[in-house]
Design a protein around this ligand. Structure first.
Ligand code: ATP
Length: 440
């Protein structure tokens, strides 16, 4: 694998685009300490797919981007292009259509690296394999950094074997074998999956065979059903034809009936119009009669209430007269009793006066009895007079009550006559009760 050019832009100290030509034979780089010689070797490793920031002497891969110096501001991306001679067409088949191979790695700050081979975007793994096949790469022992010789001398046998394999050109085969193993495992997994799919397809095939048999049976039965349905439809069609003929006759009959009915309806309409015209005065009369009925119902209620009140008054006065009668009889009896007592006292007084005249020695004793009898007589006389006055007052009350009862009776009979008159008038108006009267 013959490298031709290495072009850097924004990589470490190479802020401006810089091209390093690698001619056949030995190409040397000479410069003072810190001028960037090691940066060039790191650029070569980096473009070949180095993925260790430590190997780049950086904390992170973004540190390979120019970080600024002096008056120059930092960059946000870096790019390294390696041009390889492919005149002998030794590159893998995918890139072998061009006499040169141009491998590009670009890094954008915070977004990682992208790779291209001959302008086509590829994976980091593709770039690493490209160089591994040619027994070189970012970790190739052919690229020796400062202090690495002493490290190789002190290295373990395993690491030395890697160096020897690299020198023998078989390290690419290791990478390929690893890739092939991975693909083999993927293929085995796919085969297992295919077995599963084949089993699923077998069961699906059996199911589809069953469904096909069912479908065939369904198709046969459907044909029979269609034949039967056709027969049924034909029978129905014949029935329907007969029904149409019968219904047509019935419709004609009905049409004739409709004509007769229409004529009758026209006559009825005319009669209805005449009756409607005649109804107008009757409706007015009905309205007036309803108003009168309403008033009569109200009057009737009022008169009935009045008659009931007067009857109550008559009953109350009759009871009062009876009570006055009883009182007067009782008081007359009391007056009679008092008169009898007075007569007895007069006899007693006459007897005592006779005894006083016949026996003057018992005069004081008999005079005391005489005064007591006279006092009793005076009291009874007072009672008799009071009873007589009470009897006279009650007689006056009785007369007044009888007068009021008589008036009430005559008002009751007047009210009843007015009520009868109202009932007769309502019957004369047709016997219909007004809404208010019905509600009452
Ligand atoms: P020596 O002979 O001492 O090994 P050298 O010539 O190999 O030196 P390098 O180590 O390649 O020099 O380069 C170091 C220089 O690169 C330093 O000046 C350092 O400042 C600069 N440098 C490294 N990384 C960056 C960066 N990301 N941005 C800017 N400059 C950088």
């Amino acid at each position: 694998m013959q490298f031709q050019r290495l072009r850097l832009s924004g990589f470490k100290s190479f802020v401006d685009a810089t091209e390093l030509r690698i001619e056949p034979g030995i190409t040397g780089i000479v410069g003072p300490n810190g001028c960037g010689k090691s940066n060039l070797l790191e650029a070569l490793r980096w473009v070949m797919g180095a993925n260790s920031a430590k190997a780049m002497r950086a904390g992170g891969m973004d540190d390979v981007i120019f970080a600024g110096s002096g008056g120059r501001t930092s960059r946000n991306h870096a790019e390294v292009v390696l041009t390889i001679d492919n005149a002998e067409r030794r590159a893998p088949a995918a890139y072998n259509d061009s006499p040169i191979l141009e491998v590009v790695r670009r890094i954008d700050r915070g977004e990682g690296s992208t790779y291209r081979i001959n302008g086509r975007e590829v994976r980091a793994r593709d770039v690493q394999l490209l160089f591994a096949d040619a027994s070189t790469g970012s970790n190739s022992p052919a690229l020796v950094r400062q202090g690495q010789i002493s490290e190789l001398i002190a290295a373990k046998p395993q690491n030395r074997r890697m160096i020897l394999e690299e020198a023998a050109g078989v390290s690419g085969l290791h990478s390929r074998r690893h890739e092939a193993e991975l693909r083999l495992r993927a293929a085995e997994t796919n085969l297992a999956r295919l077995d599963d799919i084949a089993r699923e397809l077998d069961s699906a095939l059996n199911r589809l065979r069953r469904e096909a048999r069912n479908a065939e049976r369904y198709r046969r039965l459907s044909g029979e059903i269609r034949t039967l349905q056709a027969a049924v439809l034909h029978a129905r069609w014949a029935e329907a034809g007969e029904a149409v003929r019968r219904l047509t006759e019935e419709a004609e009959e009905a049409a004739r009936g409709v004509e007769d009915t229409a004529r009758a309806a026209a006559g009825a309409s005319a009669r209805s119009a005449r009756a409607e015209a005649a109804m107008v005065p009757l409706r007015e009369a009905e309205t007036v009669a309803a108003a009168i009925l309403n008033k009569l119902a109200i009057d009737r209620d009022r008169l009935e209430r009045e008659a009931e009140a007067l009857a109550d008054e008559v009953r109350r006065l009759t009871a009062e007269i009876a009570r006055i009668d009883a009182d007067r009889a009782r008081e007359t009896q009391s007056a009679a009793d008092a008169d009898a007592a007075l007569a007895r006292l007069a006899a007693e007084i006459a007897r005592l006066e006779g005894e006083i005249a016949a026996a003057p020695s018992r005069g004081p004793e008999l005079e005391a009895g005489l005064r007591q009898a006279e006092a009793e007589r005076n009291r009874l006389q007072g009672e008799v007079e009071a009873l007589a006055a009470q009897v006279a007052a009650e007689a006056a009350q009785q007369r007044a009550a009888e007068t009021r009862a008589e008036e009430a009776r005559s008002r009751v009979s007047r009210t009843r006559r007015a009520l009868d008159q109202a009932v007769r008038e309502r019957e004369a108006l047709g016997g219909a009760e007004a809404p208010e009267a019905r509600a009452a």
